[in-house]
Structures are given as C-alpha cells and as structure tokens.
Ligand binder design. Sequence first.
Ligand code: MG
Length: 162
Amino acid sequence: MARVGLGHDTHRLVEGRPLILGGVRIEHPRGLLGHSDADVVCHAVVDALLGAAGLGDIGELYPDTDPRWQGADSTTLLADVVERIRRHNWSIVNCDVIIHTQEPKLTPHKAAIRASLARLLGVDLEVVNVKAKTGEQVGPVGRAEAIVCQAVVLLDRPAQTR
Ligand code: MG
C-alpha cells in the first residue's frame, strides 16, 4: 500500500543567522529565522513524511512553544520522524524537493543537500531529488525575504501491517 505526503514550509531570511538547508550549512551573509535552526528543507520533508503516514504535522510533534526545540538541529527532528514512520512499517519509496530562493544560488549546493537528505532518510541517493527555483524577483521569495520549500514523499508498506 502506497501513500503520498506533501510538505511545505517558509522561513524569513535575516541577518545574523546561519543558513542550513537539508542539514547542510551554506556560507551566506544571511540565514533563516526560527525557533529551531529553521532548516526549511528538513521541516518540509518532515511534514511530507508525517502526511504520508497520517501522523499529523511538525507543529504537533515539536511545538515552537516548547523550549526543548529552541535552536534545535532539525536533522534530529527528521531522524526522529524517519524512526517513527519505520516503527509503523513504512518504507520510503522516493522524496522530491523544491527549494524556492532568490539567494544564494543553490546550484553549487544541490548535490550536498541531496546527499544529506538521502543519508538522513536512510535511502539511496537516486530516490532523492532536489530542485531549486528563484522567485523571479517577485513576492517574498523573489525579494529575498524568505526561503520556501515544498516536499513530496511516497511511502509504501505491506497491505496487512499497521
Ligand atoms: Mg519551519
């Protein structure tokens, strides 16, 4: 039985914060604002996984009012969710991601982000895909005010299991 899940996240791009995308630290004068490390890619993938498995959303599991997640490394949240879905007998078929950002240019970083996600998801590189789009200088992404990420994940498990 296969199930598809969709994830989406937005974080504001500001001075004085590190930029971490899919667990990869990217050198850039600005980074993403958030309660955790604001890794918009990990957050979107987490929600895609939770959506496919019918397990809610990232805000229910890791509320931003909880001091435990202050400055949290989002790769640990993603690893925790991968563990949860595996406990429900799901395996990951593939994961596809679009990162919307006007700056920085992601072409030099896409391979590293892909490899990082594949490692975190515990899957082969070939079933993870990372795409980057600019905002064409319009809207919050195009004005470099925010980075947005969309993710889709397909899960599969034997029909009888729960
Ligand atoms: Mg987020």
